[in-house]
Design a protein around this ligand. Structure first.
Ligand code: NI
Length: 169
């Protein structure tokens, strides 16, 4: 299975709003498998379809230490959020080398579908809660650096553009 190319911030395609998945078919299963392989290869804990330039509500995650608990989430919808929020350091495969603090709900309940089209409620806490909120933002076209100050974001854009120029040479 091929590794997919991960869009790099500030690629404007990262700001595309994804549409719901409508067909739970072989194409979707292949895409999810390729996204998992790409995520493992890059050492990330989550990847949204937006990041591989497919604008459908599909996320893959694995927050286990052993990297052996893949989770595929289709059409996620948040149905409950905790009162409590928490600030954590986040990173993103689309913004390599950048880590910064983002405030998220401490826990969330998310209505999710699997690749067979079965729905369930995912009760996410700790790292899982952070990860799914981060990935669901991608599906809305939002990258975590957009929570940071304009000054920081400009600095990150410059740094990323410079790195991309150097890579191209
Ligand atoms: Ni990300």
């Amino acid at each position: 299975m091929p590794l997919l190319t991960i869009l790099q911030y500030p690629d404007p395609r990262l700001h595309t709003v994804a549409r719901p998945v409508s067909a739970f078919d072989d194409r979707l299963r292949r895409l999810a498998a390729d996204m998992l392989e790409t995520m493992y290869d890059s050492g990330g804990i989550g990847l949204a379809a937006t990041q591989v330039d497919v604008h459908e509500r599909l996320i893959v995650m694995d927050i286990s230490e052993e990297r052996n608990q893949p989770l595929v989430v289709v059409n996620p919808e948040i149905i409950w959020t905790s009162e409590a929020r928490k600030i954590n350091e986040e990173g993103c495969l689309s913004v390599p080398g950048v880590y910064d603090r983002v405030e998220r709900f401490e826990s969330v309940h998310v209505r999710v579908w699997d690749l067979e089209g079965n729905a369930r409620t995912l009760e996410a806490q700790d790292v899982m809660a952070i990860c799914i909120q981060h990935e669901m933002d991608h599906l809305l076209g939002k990258v975590f650096v957009e929570y940071l100050s304009l000054l920081k974001r400009d600095r990150i854009k410059k740094k990323m553009r410079k790195a991309q120029r150097e890579d191209a040479h």
